[in-house]
Design a protein around this ligand. Sequence first.
Ligand code: SF4
Length: 496
Amino acid sequence: MINLYLIGHDYEYELKNVIRVFDLNTEIEIYYKYPNIFKQNDINIISTLIKENSIFVSKVKLFDGNKLTLQNKKNSSDIEIEKDDFKKVSKTITKLALYQILSKYYNTKADYGILTGVRPVKIITESRINGKNDNQIKNILKETYRVDNKKIELMFKVADIEKKYIQENMNRKSYSLYIGIPFCPTKCSYCSFTSFTKYNDEILDLYVNNLISDICQTVEIAIKNNLKLNTIYFGGGTPTVLNVKHFIKVFNVIKRYYNLNEIKEITVEAGRPDTINREKLRCIRENNVNRISINPQTMNKKTLNLIGRNHTPEEIINKFNMAKEEQFEIVNMDVIVGLPKEDKEQIQYTIKSIMQLRPENLTVHTLAFKKGSSLFKKYNMDRDSEKVKRMHEIILEYCTKFNYYPYYMYRQKNIKGNLENIGYSIKNKECIYNIMIIEEKETILGCGVGATSKIIDKKNNRIIRIPGFKNLADYEIRNTKIIGKKLNILNSVDKH
Ligand code: SF4
C-alpha cells in the first residue's frame, strides 16, 4: 500500500500512473495535507511543488513506514521542454522527481520513463510540427522523459512511416467513417469491448436498419460541413457476423453518397474465422473492401480454448487463403502476447505459422488485465514483464527478418512494464485509419453501438469525443441525441 501526499499540486492522476509503471497492483491512497502520523506498514510518499520566483521546484520524500529512505529534488531549469507552458513544466518535474525516487526504490527503470500516455509517438509528430529537429526531440525524450534508447529508436521508426500519411491530411478537411457491429459468436475471456453474443437474423435485421439511418444522418452532417471521406472502418464486435444481405444494404446506403472507387481504404474486421465464408468475402470485396482482419490471437489450439474462442488454427489458415483467392489487397492478423499458459515457445510457434502466410499487416497486442478480472483469477497470472518483453522481441526478430516495419503504436493502461501494442506492415500497405486514429489527426465519425466519434477542433487544438450508446435499446430509441451532438459540435468547430 502506498500513501501519496500531494502538497501544492493536484497531479493525482499523473503520479498514480508513474507509480503503476513500477507496481501495477499496489493500492494507492491520496491525501492533500501533511500527515500527522505515518502508517507503519505502508510506503509513504510526500510530493511537494513550490514556485520560487519563476522556477518550479518539486521535492519528493519516500518513507518506509516512518523512516525516511529516499529524497529527491527537481526544478524546471533541469528539463528541456517549453518553459512558457507552466502546467506542462510543473507536471513534468513533479513526475520526474517521483520517477527517479521510485526507480531507485524498485531498482529498475521503465522503458518509457515518465511517458505514461497512450500515444508516445505523438510527441515526435507534434514537436516536428512545432519546428524542433530530430536531435532536439531525441534529447527531450532521453533527458526529460527518460525514455530508453531502444524505445526512442522504435518511436522514430514509427513516426517516419506515419509522416507521409499525416502530411497528406494536414491541410485537408477530411474524415473517416467508423461503423460498429457489436456482435460476436462467443465472448473472449479478456474482452472489454461492447459485444453481444445473443443474436439472430431478426436482431441483426433490426440493428442494420437502425445503423443505416445513423449512417445516412452522419454522412449528411459530414457533407454539409464539406468533409471529404478518407477511409471507412467496420469494427466491433465482429462485423462478419452480418450476412450478405446486411452488407449489401449498408454498402448501398454508402453508395448513395460516395463512389466507393474513390475511397482510399475500406477495412472490415473479420476477426473470427468462424464468421467468414466465401459468399461474404466476395460481397464485401465487390464493394471495394481492400483490407480485412483475420485474427488468430494465437495459433495454439489449447490457448484458443482457454480464452473462449471457438475456432481452430486450421480455420485461420483456410480463411486467410480464401481471402487471398478473393483478391483482398491487405490482410491483417492480430496476435496477443501474454495469454494464459503461453511462453516463448508458444509465441514462436504462433509467429512462425503466421509468417508462412505472410499477411500484409500484423498487429501485436499485449494482454492487459486487472487483478480482479476473471482471466487473472482463473489462471493466477502474476505477469512477469521480462517474459512478456522477450516474447515481443521474438516477434520483432521475425518481423525484421521478413521485412515488416512498425507503423503505428499505442500503449495501454494495466500492463506491467508499460509495454506497447504495435502494428507492423510490409512497405506501403500500412492501414491509414489506424494511423489517423492513433495520432488524432483526423475527425472520426462513428455510427453504431459502442462507436465513439472524435471531432478535431484544429483552431483550439483539442479533440471532442462523443461516445455512442452501449446497448441496443438506447441505440434504437435515443440515437437522435448522439446525431444532434455530432451536428452541433461539427458545426461549431474550425475544421481547417
Ligand atoms: S472477437 Fe473481439 S470484440 Fe469479440 S469477444 Fe473477442 S475480443 Fe471481444
